[in-house]
Design a protein around this ligand. Sequence first.
Ligand SMILES: Cc1cc2nc3c(=O)[nH]c(=O)nc-3n(C[C@H](O)[C@H](O)[C@H](O)COP(=O)(O)OP(=O)(O)OC[C@H]3O[C@@H](n4cnc5c(N)ncnc54)[C@H](O)[C@@H]3O)c2cc1C
Length: 311
Amino acid sequence: MTLIIGKKVESLTQTLIEHGSDEVIFVENDRLEEYLVLPFTSIFTQLIKERNPEIALFAATTSGRELAPRIGMRTSSGVTADCTGLEIGEYISKKEQVIYTPILESRRPTYGESKLATILGFVCPQVSTARAGTFEVPERVVGRKGITTPFKPNLDEKDFVVEVIKTVRGEGGLQNLFDADLIVSGGRGTTTDSLGLIKQLAEALKSQGINAEWACSRPVVDEGITEYARQVGQTGKTVRPKIYIAVGISGAIQHIAGMKESGTVIAINQNPKASIFNNADFGIIGNYQDILPELIERVKSGYTFGLEAKK
Ligand SMILES: Cc1cc2nc3c(=O)[nH]c(=O)nc-3n(C[C@H](O)[C@H](O)[C@H](O)COP(=O)(O)OP(=O)(O)OC[C@H]3O[C@@H](n4cnc5c(N)ncnc54)[C@H](O)[C@@H]3O)c2cc1C
């Protein structure tokens, strides 16, 4: 079951069903065209109280991270934040002589990625947020049948104290990083030219019809060279492109956490002992300023790392 809130959202319900939802509940309201935390919290809470789901999941996006704890509080349950794995299981309490089922096993890295914690919630709904990009979007089955239900919440004027005057869409979400087939990612080693060659390689691939994007490691963001939206890693985005090219990135565990699900990893680094090579399928040892111009020329002549161009 999926809840969708907004203006003219009914047309999106079938797409959600085709991607695997059995029932899509929609709230159609012109005043909710933009996300507003108070009315959205109220709507989710009303629906949860009406339907009593065992589990409620949110994306660990900026809005999901804001919404989930409020809903956890209003429904007297807890929240497991930033999960990288979710499973349904059961828990046998010998002391209480009770079997809790279904129980949501929410997995998330802890202690700087050195441990994986499994967190169980015993109060329904069991609320968790999952990091965007962690799970694959289920394949679309065109024509799949499901239930579409309108929901009419009781909205309180008090929840509309915040008025959205203007919306400026920046790179904040940078959705394309999740969808890209190939990501060229620059680390501290590529700040000499402010990631100029990284961007040129991504552009050359795009002009060959490849769904390519560029990203970076955390120091590049910390140094103010790029926006946080492009950071890959434990405190950035989790991506899973078919090909990830890590240039001038040492391979710290916090970076690996965000790209380890990539299909093929190509590492370019001048230090042959850099740990990124332990996580790479192909490695090129050398200065990126010598290697990238050559790669860019090859791409311009039609080389696409084996990826098929979009028609
Ligand atoms: C709690 C926490 C969360 C974190 N979250 C993240 C995160 O989300 N994402 C993230 O990336 N990091 C994160 N970090 C930081 C992480 O620990 C590393 O410090 C960071 O990933 C290192 O970035 P880097 O590889 O770009 O830089 P460095 O470790 O400095 O590596 C630079 C690399 O470039 C190579 N190099 C230098 N010059 C050249 C050249 N001319 N040609 C080719 N190679 C060259 C060097 O040999 C070196 O291997 C986090 C850290 C902590 C503690």
